[in-house]
Design a protein around this ligand. Sequence first.
Ligand SMILES: [Zn+2]
Length: 328
Amino acid sequence: MPFARTILGDVEPSSLGVVNAHDHLIRTGAGEVYLEPEHLLADVDKAVEEATSFVEASRRWAEGGTVVDMCPANCGRDAEKLAEVNRRVPGLQVIAATGFHRQRVYLETRSHWVSRYSVERIAELLVADIREGIDRHDYSGPIVERTEHKAGVIKVATSYGVITPFERKCMEAAALAAIETGCPINTHTTYGTCGLEQAQELIKLGVEPSQIAIGHIQRNADVYYLSQILETGVYLEIDGTYRIKYQPDSNRIMELRELGARGYGQRILLGTDSGKSSYQKAYGSVTGVDYNPAVDGPRMLAEGFERSYVDDLLINNGQRFFTFRREA
Ligand SMILES: [Zn+2]
């Protein structure tokens, strides 16, 4: 039976409702927080408040919604806090991640366990997060204690205009784990660079194109380039909502219109990537995790998008993408 793997168990993909394909509800510390303290999202009550507004907005479109929390290994993941958020918000489902962020987030990496272990041993750790349960200590120390909460997506990430040897090793391990478990891979690109190379590399490593989504790609608002990536058969994940310091929202809407018109509309996922407290309503911002169903959906209809296309973007594409490719 087809299934998606949420933090509270495996579910029928059609039960996911509106799918926010890249977001952040909990981050309890680690490198990103060291680099920028606004990345700290450790407060369960705030996460509950933020997720509740997402579910409320999702109910205009479906029975509820799913947040894919893209915090990967050794980056401040807390599976138990995330599961608590899930339990406290009716209508919410949460998919948790394993895998890796870009090198910079791990600060100095010469002694990091990714640099010390073989690709095969690293892949075993990712597979165990998916099959057995995420480590209570987020693979941040020598003791591993598995929670009952399994990962349902693998993160892969690259730097600005370069894939470092560290990142390439992470990518190889992620590919092995994806092939073994059928778990989807959702990536981080930095400012939308290296998206095509990520797709090509992961496919070369044997991952099915339909199992790969190239993320944050909206920052590279170049429809020709985005079409080239889509031609490899992968999905694109578009987020960065209300990130006006980088580009107006009209760029994302333009990308969605143009890519839909070119026939790629069934391979586009939406997220918000509200990964800082200043991007969340619960912490006082005007924008938040609810942006896709609350603002983007109504806007696309107002701008003349077909309702069926808006449903694909908010609901159907995400439900298909986060379905495992085999019995995990
Ligand atoms: Zn993110």
